[in-house]
Design a protein around this ligand. Structure first.
Ligand code: WQD
Length: 338
């Protein structure tokens, strides 16, 4: 089977491409390097000792998409290509809706032209807004999103539901990620945000290499066990394997619309994360508690049962594995790029 991976040079896209190649799928990557680096492509080949086709460009470019589909018999698409910084999305809504929504419309129309009707879509737990119920199941209410990033994911989910209603020959799997962190055990691929990291794990890693001086903990007055935000951290390799399971399900069912939370079902606080990172990596993380970040919620973690039951997917790696692998990657990356 040949899979088109859009955003395949990115953090989650590259880890998923590794798992696809390890599972003997053929892969075609489309990436515009807006939030990724060319060297990732070589590192994927080093890790898997396998090759894949690559096209540089943007999903909004239908001419390019038609070229890819006419040069390759694409059986399914995994769409990662999107901007994903919550804070940045509040300042740049037009860029976020253009990049995260219009590109999917362009992809879907070309997929239809070439009768390719299997899609795994990278969504996010942010579509639940401030959850009423914890742990969160797929039946929980979505909406009341607190930023354009989350709203863009909500819009695309609605588009996918409408496309499926219009044509039941589609097989669509919507995957709602919780908090992906960590890196491949080789240390060759990992999370490299452009500029100052918005997410906590790359920030902690850069404090550990002393590239950044101190971590700001955004509030310790939430209604949680230690006052700091609680999240469902999932190892990025487990998340990647979740995509393989979702693809297998689409191949088995051939059509349908499926929605799954991809998380561990365990919530950890910011202080848990800092303490675990320090313990397993034998490093000190300087931090200071500051005021809350706008748009943040207190607690968010999943009920992962549906993915377990229907996909046979269970995240295997624990918080220590996540912290060790993140540090292993950051050390290598820092040494090679300082
Ligand atoms: C985690 C916790 C912060 C940074 C977002 C998106 C989600 C996904 C991951 C794409 C919170 C605290 C953070 C810092 C801190 N994106 N924090 N200091 O906001 O839960 O989720 O990113 O896939 O869809 O919504 O992730 O890592 O930013 O924050 O104290 O410098 O760490 O308050 O409690 P978030 P995060």
């Amino acid at each position: 089977m040949k899979i088109l991976v859009t955003g395949g040079a990115g953090y989650i896209g590259s880890h998923t491409t590794v798992e696809l190649l390890n599972n003997n799928y053929e892969v075609v990557i489309l990436d515009n390097f807006s939030n990724s680096r060319k060297e990732v492509l070589e590192n994927i080949k080093k890790i898997t000792a396998k090759d894949f086709k690559f096209y540089e460009g943007d999903m909004i470019d239908k001419k390019l998409l038609r070229k890819i589909f006419s040069e390759n018999q694409i059986d399914a698409v995994i769409d990662f290509a999107a901007f994903k910084a919550v804070g940045e999305s509040v300042e740049k809504p037009i860029e976020y809706y253009t990049n995260n929504v219009s590109t999917v419309l362009s992809l879907l129309s070309v997929m239809k032209e070439f009768n390719c009707k299997k899609l795994v879509f990278s969504s996010s737990a942010t579509v639940y807004g401030n959850p009423e119920v914890i742990p969160i199941t797929e039946e929980c209410k979505t909406g009341n999103t607190t930023n354009p990033y989350g709203t863009s994911k909500l819009f695309v989910e609605q588009i996918l539901k409408d496309v499926y209603t219009s044509d039941n020959d589609f097989g669509i799997s919507i995957l709602r990620y919780f908090n992906p962190i960590g890196a491949h055990e080789s240390g060759l691929i990992g999370e490299v945000p452009t500029g100052i990291p918005a997410n906590i794990m790359p920030y902690i890693s850069k404090v550990a290499t002393k590239e950044l001086e101190i971590l700001s903990v955004f509030g310790d007055d939430y209604d949680t066990k230690d006052g700091t935000g609680v999240r469902d951290y999932i190892h990025v390799v487990d998340l990647a394997i979740g995509h393989i399971k979702a693809l297998e399900k689409l191949n088995k069912e051939n059509k349908g619309l499926f929605i799954y939370n991809l998380g561990t079902g365990v919530g950890y606080s910011v202080f848990d994360l800092i303490k675990t990172f320090e313990k397993v990596n034998n490093v000190k993380i300087n931090y200071k508690v500051v005021e809350r970040r706008k748009g943040d919620i207190a607690t968010c973690y999943s009920d992962p049962q549906k993915a377990q039951k229907e996909l046979g997917f269970t995240a295997k790696r624990n918080l220590e594995d996540m912290c060790k692998s993140a540090w292993n990657f950051e050390k290598k990356y820092h040494d090679e790029h300082k």
